[in-house]
Design a protein around this ligand. Structure first.
Ligand code: DGJ
Length: 727
């Protein structure tokens, strides 16, 4: 998968359909040479334009600055004439920022380098290339790591920095990846949002200058996701080139694309913002998180499927990536903080009767938490609501044959809590300044081991006190004050250490991470939790957009999605119960409502929905997703968008079965049936399926080229779901 052409000084990484090529040029500069459709290893140095003026420095030292400002550097350095965005920058004791990396050695090997103490890809069947470079004046060594996994069109990149010099330096920038693409014909797809409106896809042409999205909030955030794609103007879901980038990281990040004076595009991603500073003392090392780079010549859909496969096979560690997950019911939208043992038991009894398999007790079970004003940090059951603690409730629930799950927000502390009264210093803050409250809470200083231990002891006591099969790990505010430079990185590492402890000591627990809805919906979290709550907006219509955006880079089986009541608590919209279930089946599928308050008709649908989910969940988990619609407003996400319908199909790897879902978002009077072309099927096989009670058999070719006819349905948000079985 990785070759080195000695004569050309060229490294080539091949994935099934793509090649990524680097060249070792004059004076030890490492230049990006090619990334695109797979090509046989050969000398590609022409692409570097080293014979164009101003030539390489050794041929024209006089114009070194021009070379520095236009060569396609693989890991561009600041301060020596490259005025484009740097991937790497050091600062000396006088504040001077400069560095100049030159090649030292390389190594091609089976296996891979794993960045220490942070999430990373893992597994057999991979090959790696390490290229060591040095900044001679400081003695700082940088090793660029590249890994490719068999059968997956993705390249994993990271860098390790080691101060081998005799003086401390300050690291100002250390991105995970930078790629100089040779032209400017790109549009950028990125994801913006807000609380309850996460991951709205936007697609806009690149223009000269820089386009940047970032998070300095200490989490990957509701506002922007650590993902972007550069696509050709003509690229669609199934055709055209797409270059996707993401980061295995859950904290601050920057992603950007710069269109240069020579109409080339520099694309970068890293786990920091411009405020980042890090003391790299002598003999110390620093690992960047891993960036994942995907090239697809077959549209945005194939790009997403490569991310999905990599993350499912080589990032998620939980056994739940392969095994069936229980259908849960969560009491948050059912009761909020207003519950007691009796009320919970009543909901659980009804849920058990309907076949729901896991009861999740959300916020409000501890301290004296009748609202979100208090008690974070006091992880003892509230005896007023739960006399005798959790045990009577868990006994009741397990007695009904259901599993039990519990909500925690372990990174937080309420000013009104015993923990804060005893240890005010546990909350993050800057000496001499007031802390900023958000949702009436502060953030615990997770960079401190004693603080983590204090929370861990409490959590452990609870986890050992009752049969807890599932945990929802929430985080409901962002970092504001940071006590010192580089703090948010230390904070994130602390969070990862706690998560590691949890999954190591309680490996059987199904962990769902969450952050005020979907503010930490990122690949970093997948390493610990196979599913992540995607948004507090459970409205089926809005969820179409949120889930579509999420699936651009994250596996659908990781998208926490529930059926809730109508009028929806976030939008007030009323949608059919059946459609809410069909939309939730794009992700983890569960319920978040008071089953005792549903109509008889709705309740009656639940056992069938659960049975259907169990018959298709394997397809959602292990199959390939083909998005067939694009539910965005006409203004947002150009090309193919519509606000009228959405559709998608999950197809098994062997193409023997599939599940197709169609949602008519808006009804129109006197409209013809809609023809949807399916995708991903075996063209030569026949498939049996049923649409609205009518059985049919058609070949894969027919279904993909002629399509299926969906009747004009009566009402907004009507939907159809059918399995397709190969005959
Ligand atoms: C935010 C989460 O997204 C919700 O599902 C719920 O758990 C609340 N926090 C509880 O405070």
């Amino acid at each position: 998968m990785i070759t080195y052409l000695e004569e050309a000084g060229q490294f080539q990484l091949d994935t099934p359909n793509a090649s990524y090529v680097l060249t070792l040029a004059d004076e030890g500069y490492l230049l990006h040479t090619y990334w695109g459709k797979r090509i046989a290893p050969q000398d590609l140095s022409d692409l570097l334009r080293l014979n164009d003026p101003p030539f390489v420095p050794s041929k024209n030292e006089r114009e070194r600055a021009s070379f520095m400002d236009c060569a396609p550097f693989e890991y561009p350095c600041a301060g020596i004439g490259d005025y484009r965005e740097a991937a790497f920058c050091l600062q000396n004791e006088h504040g001077a920022r400069a560095c100049d990396l030159r090649y030292v050695s390389h190594r091609i090997y089976n296996g891979k380098y794993n960045p220490r103490a942070i999430p990373h890809t893992w597994g057999n069947g991979c090959e790696s290339l390490d290229i060591k470079m040095i900044d001679a004046p400081t003695g700082v060594e940088v090793t660029l790591h590249y890994t490719v996994f068999e059968g997956i069109d993705a390249i994993i990149r990271s860098a390790t920095l080691e101060n081998c010099g005799d003086r401390d330096v300050t690291l100002v920038r250390a991105f995970s990846a930078s790629v100089d693409l040779d032209d400017d014909r790109f549009e950028m797809i990125s994801l913006y949002g807000s609380w309850a409106r996460e991951r709205q896809a936007e697609r806009l042409p690149l223009r000269h200058g820089k386009q940047r999205l970032d998070s300095g909030r200490g989490e990957s955030s509701h506002q922007y996701s650590p993902f972007f794609a550069l696509v050709r103007p003509e690229t669609t879901e199934q055709q055209g080139e797409a270059y996707g980038f993401t980061l295995i990281w859950s904290g601050d990040f920057t992603l950007q694309a710069e269109l240069t004076q020579f109409c080339q595009t520099r694309a970068q991603i890293g786990a920091q913002t411009d405020d980042f500073l890090w003391r790299l003392s002598t003999e110390s090392e620093f690992d960047t998180p891993e960036a994942v780079l995907v090239y697809s010549a077959e549209g945005i859909g194939a790009m997403s499927r490569s991310f999905h496969k990599l993350f499912s096979d080589h990032l998620i560690r939980s056994d739940y990536r392969y095994i069936e997950r229980p259908v849960l019911i969560n009491n948050w939208e059912a009761t909020y903080f207003d519950f007691n043992l009796e009320k919970l038991k009543t909901i659980a009894d009804e849920a058990a009767k309907l076949g729901i398999e896991l009861f999740v007790l959300d916020d409000g079970w501890f301290g004296r938490r009748d609202s979100d004003n208090c008690s974070l940090g006091d992880w003892t059951p509230d005896e007023r609501k739960l006399p005798g603690g959790l045990k009577p409730l868990t006994d009741h629930i397990t007695g009904k044959g259901m599993q039990f799950g519990l909500w925690f927000e372990p990174e937080m502390i309420s000013p009104d809590s015993d923990l804060f009264r005893a240890h005010p210093d546990y909350a993050v803050g800057i000496e001499g300044r007031a802390r900023t409250q958000s949702r009436a809470q502060y953030v615990l200083d997770y960079s401190r081991r004693d603080v983590r231990d204090a929370v861990w002891e409490q959590m452990k006591k609870i986890l050992d006190s009752a049969p807890i099969s599932y945990i929802k790990w929430d985080m409901n505010r962002q970092l504001t004050e940071e006590p010192y430079a580089g703090y948010s990185l230390e904070y994130m590492r602390g969070v990862y250490q706690m998560l590691e402890r949890l999954v190591t000591e309680y490996p059987d627990i199904l962990l769902e991470s969450c952050s005020g809805g979907g503010a930490r919906f990122d690949p970093g979290m997948l390493y610990y939790s196979p599913q992540i709550w995607a948004s507090d907006d459970t409205d089926a219509k809005e969820r179409l957009r949120i889930q579509h955006g999420a699936s651009l880079f994250m596996p659908p089986a990781a998208i926490g999605s529930h059926v809730s009541v109508c009028p929806n608590h976030a939008t007030g919209r009323v949608t059919p119960f059946e459609t809410r279930a069909n939309v939730a089946m794009f992700g983890t599928f569960g319920y978040e409502l008071d089953v005792t308050q549903l109509s008889e008709d709705e309740r009656a649908q639940i056992p069938e929905q659960i049975a259907r989910w169990h018959s298709i969940s394997r397809l959602v988990r292990d199959g390939c997703l083909w998005r067939l619609g694009n539910p965005f407003r006409p203004s947002g996400y150009a090309a193919q968008q519509n606000a009228d319908y959405d559709a998608w199909i999950f197809v098994s790897a062997d193409k023997s079965e599939a599940v197709f879902t169609y949602v008519q978002i808006t009804a129109e009077a006197n409209m013809k049936s809609r023809r949807i072309l399916l995708a991903g099927l075996d063209p030569d096989a026949d498939y049996a399926y049923t649409i609205r009670g009518t059985e049919d058999i058609k070949s894969g070719a027919y279904l993909m080229q002629c399509g299926v006819m969906l009747p004009n349905l009566w009402g907004d948000m009507q939907s159809v779901q059918t399995t397709l079985q190969k005959l």
